[in-house]
Design a protein around this ligand. Structure first.
Ligand code: P6P
Length: 326
């Protein structure tokens, strides 16, 4: 009887193909998978556990924080700390990064960057949200504790990135640099099972995704690109949850863009834990991801944990057309 392999089996099989693997990287990915299952349970029960609604705090980037954001952030940090395989975490929900206690047996060489619950403004109305993560190797292994420079690395240095999309079904999509694979959560066995092997971004697509409310604030080049999309009969789809909008773009083709606006001239989305991890996924699937200044997102210099950027990400043909017009 053929069955779909689980995320754990896939990660272990990938590790066995790496000649000098120590199992740390695989173990870290598997712990992220475990945390994702617990977040999935919480997100699916949110309405019943009285953890919806605003908890009145404002996070490090000024977004009003939902209770579920806080809960998810704390849970992810706990699992990453307890894995004993991670040296530290930077999160949208934390002003500063956290360094974990040094494991006396080995110096953990990985750090994680994450948006624990992207799209949180959609939580109370039952629209898809997601967890976005990226994994780097530390640059400061001579130091017991992770340093700021370990987190301020460009996206091209990512050794893994991925997201968990809590939607009509829950999917775990990730890459370690050898293509993109998607796993769908099977509640019956409590495992993520391979459902989308070697995902490929179509070169074109039927959708464009932008918050048209800001149209009058966009640059002339962006306005021309939006007009091009309309002339090409592209349909507008915008969920207000980057991870969901990018996932649809990955599956069906199209383009997602968040250009500079008056409130956020550099763009709203955060480089470290939104733009870079999703750009690695999209490029690994054959797509393209640039800023409004036509810089490759993965090559942008990172100067601060919560650095923002404009982003145009999706099918190669459409992103290239945007670059021609910008
Ligand atoms: P706007 C969610 O808060 C988020 O960070 C992204 O997930 C999403 O794409 C964007 O902000 C939505 O921003 O300004 O359109 O509401």
């Amino acid at each position: 009887m053929s069955r779909r392999i689980t995320l754990d089996e896939f990660i272990i099989q990938s590790e066995l193909r790496q000649p000098n693997s120590t199992g740390e990287f695989s173990g870290l990915l598997r712990h992220i998978g475990i945390a994702a299952k617990i977040v999935n349970r919480i997100v699916n029960k949110a309405g019943l556990m009285d953890i919806l609604g605003l908890d009145g705090n404002v996070n490090s980037t000024g977004d009003v924080v939902q209770k579920l954001d806080t809960y998810t952030n704390e849970l992810m940090i706990e699992y990453l700390r307890n894995s004993g395989l991670c040296a530290g975490v930077a999160s949208e929900e934390l002003e500063e990064y956290i360094s974990f206690p040094v494991n006396r047996l080995k110096l953990n060489k990985y750090i994680v960057v994450m948006d624990p619950l992207d799209g949180s403004s959609n939580i109370d109305v039952n629209i898809s949200v997601g967890t976005i993560f990226g994994v780097y190797e530390r640059k400061t292994l001579d130091n017991s504790y992770a340093q700021m420079s370990d987190f301020l690395q460009s996206g091209s240095a990512l050794v893994a990135s991925g997201y968990v999309l809590y939607g009509t079904s829950t999917m775990f999509v990730f890459t370690t640099g050898s293509g993109v694979n998607g796993f769908t959560y099977d509640r019956g066995i409590g495992e993520f099972c391979l459902s989308h092997s070697q995902m490929k971004m179509p070169d074109d697509g039927p959708y464009y995704s932008v918050n048209q409310a800001y149209y009058n604030q966009f640059s002339d080049g962006v306005k021309q690109f939006i007009s091009y999309c309309v002339e090409q009969n592209k349909m507008l789809r915008y969920i207000g949850s980057m991870v969901a909008d990018v996932h649809r773009t990955l599956c069906l083709g199209g383009v997602f863009l968040y250009p500079g606006t008056r409130k956020n001239p550099e763009g709203k989305l955060r480089m470290l834990y939104e733009c870079n991890p999703l750009s690695m996924i999209v490029e690994q699937a054959g797509g393209m991801s640039v800023s409004e200044q036509k810089e490759r997102i993965l090559e942008k210099e990172i100067n601060s944990l919560h650095q923002r950027s404009s982003v145009i990400i999706g099918s190669r043909k459409l992103v290239q057309k945007a670059c021609d017009l910008l």
